[in-house]
Unconditional design. Structure first.
Ligand code: 3HC
Ligand code: NAI
Length: 648
């Protein structure tokens, strides 16, 4: 039997149509059919004077049911449902709580009035799935809001708040108290329904053109962005033609490789914590200790504060503690300047923070995250202190990038409470968190790390212990292959250009220049003694460091930076030439496709090893890590998906 996802009941002369399709009221075929039936029933019933469209559960409609996108669309189609609502003989009002997204907002746009709770958000995120709206969003939206706002919503996919929606005319009212009452009250005042499509489109402005130009320049190969810009432009003209072309573009994009890849990563991101260890009850989590107040420690402390936790930072001495305090204050001030914190919230968050030089201050903390120098002896010292000062049961975490978390745990009396929490820089901004699980870790410690990641709004992935875990290990393979290419005849700007063309925002050499070449050099020197003689080793980066070319901060690295922007440098060509000669290799030329193949091949081989060794749970986890940690082009789905490797 077909599930009942749409119900209709009567409240006096007002009909209440309720969608109830957990978890997010996605518009499946049964919802579409239910809505169409409701339109017919309300039109046919002389008792009904007006209709309110509402949703059960935590949200209004989150869009079309993406799970149906792999198969041909089944009737009734969403554009027809929206058209039926718009053409209804009684006024329909959408009562929006939670999110009205994609097809959900398109349903609301077909209604004759819209009311939303103050916390609601409205958006057309189709572009993030490699699509454009397919049920009239690009045509109806610019008939309610200014052209540049419609463009921004359609081509970035970013939702707007109820307040912004009200100011722009996208909704008619916000509901101060009861949403349904507010919607009913609006519905009774509307009288003869006015179709949104009968309104004149917003005029094209200079701001629209400037925004379109900027969006196109940032598309980086993602086809849905220029398609979205064009669709909104058409939507600002004649509605019937624009609707036909919008639907055709939507269907074309739906079957594109890019949309397939973006849908893959959407579901992959929601699958990473489907692990038995994440499901046991977590330990308490209110106050956090952070050891080390440098780049990472300050970012981690700020992320915790911004999520409402209280934070005690421990540094080496009072001076370093004061510096750490200043760094965290700086990040909170930036958040205030960006409007993420009010003055009152800023004061409150700062008062929940202290930086000291005494581990005894962590006596009551529920969890400590260590972010001191990347040195096993230093980390052992810190964990011995944490073990001594923190209460039994408190979780001890390390933010190490490469070190063995099992060895770090061994410095404590209870290794079952030690875990890795590998944040990415800047920690208060980057979404990815690798939760590194050493052999002895307790399940509820893993669950506590998962609870922290949710609290911080991070996309977390579980990883096993190895040198570099998932992200850094695969990136090391990328860097190594890029070095081989230099030794064999390519140049840094050529390798970077090829990978930018593939869709990365930045090439690996430019990225190294930004991060600084000195830390990796120090690590290579430390590892030199244990490096097998048989391992191929490229000396070019060492030569750059010996010449003081530590990257952008030194004014020179893989590129020259005399004018600010990176510039190919003949001196680097000379250094590479010397290293090539010493290696005995005869340089040859490389085309961009070969460079891409070599680097992607190296990444995929390493990723397969990571999977085979059980360091990553699934190919999807690897894709999530590389897309969110190292900007692997999202529209390619991640290195495993791009290589055709999935769990399915
Ligand atoms: N279709 C099918 N399933 C969906 C879905 C959708 N549109 N949106 C969410 N889900 C599923 C998720 O996969 C997840 O399933 P799981 O529990 O089995 O893992 C479950 O609903 C809950 O989702 P989240 O974990 O993401 O819950 P959150 O509360 O964190 O977020 C949300 C809710 C903001 C609505 C978020 O899920 C989201 O952004 N959804 C996608 C919205 C979207 O892109 N809509 C446009 C769809 S395309 C469209 O409408 C085309 C139209 O123009 C024709
Ligand atoms: P950093 O050098 O900026 O900061 C380290 C801080 O630790 C300094 O402020 C130092 O005073 C403090 N410190 C050193 N010994 C201490 C001790 N015994 N007790 C208390 N404080 C002590 O280093 P960064 O970049 O913040 O890195 C920290 C850790 O995070 C390292 O393990 C690193 O590998 C890891 N990491 C770094 C990333 C990055 O991009 N910088 C990314 C992810 C992880």
């Amino acid at each position: 039997m077909r599930p009942m996802t749409v119900s209709l009941h009567h409240d006096g002369a007002c009909a209440i149509v309720t969608i109830d399709a957990p978890p997010v009221n996605a518009i499946s075929q049964t919802v579409r059919q239910g809505l169409l039936d409701a339109v017919a029933a309300c039109d046919a019933n002389p008792e009904v004077q007006s209709v309110v469209l509402t949703c059960a559960g935590r949200t209004f409609v989150a869009g079309a049911d993406i799970r149906e996108f792999g198969a041909p669309p089944q009737p009734p189609h969403l554009p027809d449902v929206v058209t039926a609502i718009e053409g209804a003989t009684k006024p329909w009002v959408a009562a929006i709580h939670g999110m009205a997204l994609g097809g959900g907002l398109e349903l609301a746009l077909g209604c004759h009035g819209r009311v939303a709770t103050a916390e609601a958000k409205l958006g057309l995120p189709e572009v993030t799935l490699g699509l454009i709206p397919g049920a009239g969003g690009t045509v109806r939206l610019p008939r309610l809001v200014p052209a540049e706002m419609a463009l921004d919503m359609v081509a970035t996919g970013k939702p707007v708040t109820a307040q912004a929606a009200l100011a722009a005319g996208l909704i008619d009212r916000t509901a101060d108290a009861d949403l349904l009452d507010a919607a009913k009250s609006l519905a009774t005042t509307l009288g003869q329904p006015t179709p949104t499509l009968s309104r004149a489109p917003a005029p094209i402005t200079e701001a629209f053109e400037a925004k379109a130009k900027s969006l196109l320049s940032k598309a980086r190969g993602q086809l849905s962005i220029p398609e979205a810009v064009e669709a909104v432009r058409r939507g600002l003209g004649s509605a019937p033609e624009a609707l036909v072309e919008e639907r055709a573009a939507f269907l074309r994009l739906k079957s594109s490789d890019q949309s397939g890849a973006l849908r893959h990563i959407f579901f992959a991101e929601r699958s990473t914590l489907k692990d038995a260890r994440a499901k046991v009850p977590p330990r308490p989590l209110q106050s956090v200790g952070v050891v080390g107040g440098g780049t990472m420690g300050a970012g981690i402390a700020a992320a915790c504060l911004l999520s409402g936790l209280s934070v005690t930072m421990v540094e080496r001495d009072a001076e370093a503690a004061a510096l750490g305090h200043t760094r965290v204050e700086g990040i909170l001030s930036q958040s205030r300047a960006r409007g993420l914190l009010s003055d009152g919230q800023y004061d409150d968050r700062l008062s929940a923070f202290r930086a000291v030089a005494d581990y005894a201050a962590l006596g009551e903390a529920d969890l400590a995250i260590e972010a001191v120098f990347e040195d096993l002896d230093v980390k052992h010292g810190v964990f011995a202190q944490l073990d001594r000062h923190m209460r039994a049961g408190a979780v001890l975490a390390t933010n190490t990038s490469y070190l063995d978390v099992d060895q770090i745990a061994a410095a404590t009396r209870d290794p079952s409470r030690v875990i890795g929490l590998h944040f990415f820089s800047p920690a208060h901004i980057m979404k990815l968190l690798e939760i590194v699980t050493p052999a002895a870790v307790a399940d509820d410690v893993v669950a506590t790390a998962v609870a922290l990641s949710k609290r911080l709004g991070k996309t977390a992935v579980l990883a096993g212990v190895c040198d570099g875990f998932v992200a850094n290990r695969i990136m090391t393979a990328y860097r190594r292959e890029a070095d081989y290419l230099l030794e064999e005849g390519a140049l840094p700007w050529q390798v970077d250009g090829a990978m930018r063309d593939y869709g990365f925002p930045m090439g690996v050499f430019q990225m190294q220049d930004l991060a600084g070449l000195d830390i990796a050099w120090a690590m290579r020197k430390r590892r030199a003694a244990t490096r097998p003689d048989t391992e191929r080793y490229v000396t070019i980066a060492d030569s750059l460091c010996k010449a003081g070319r530590f990257g952008r901060k030194a004014g020179a690295g893989w590129y020259a930076y005399d004018g600010g922007a990176p510039r190919p440098d003949p001196e680097v060509v000379r250094i590479i030439g010397t290293a090539r000669a010493a290696s005995g290799r005869t340089p040859r030329t490389f085309g961009d496709p070969e460079i891409m193949d070599r680097i992607l091949g190296a990444m995929t081989r390493e990723a397969q090893a990571v999977l085979a060794e059980g360091i990553a749970r699934t190919p999807e986890d690897i894709d999530v890590v590389m897309v969110n940690g190292f900007s692997f082009p999202r529209w390619r789905g991640g290195p495993m998906y791009a290589a055709g490797i999935t769990s399915a």
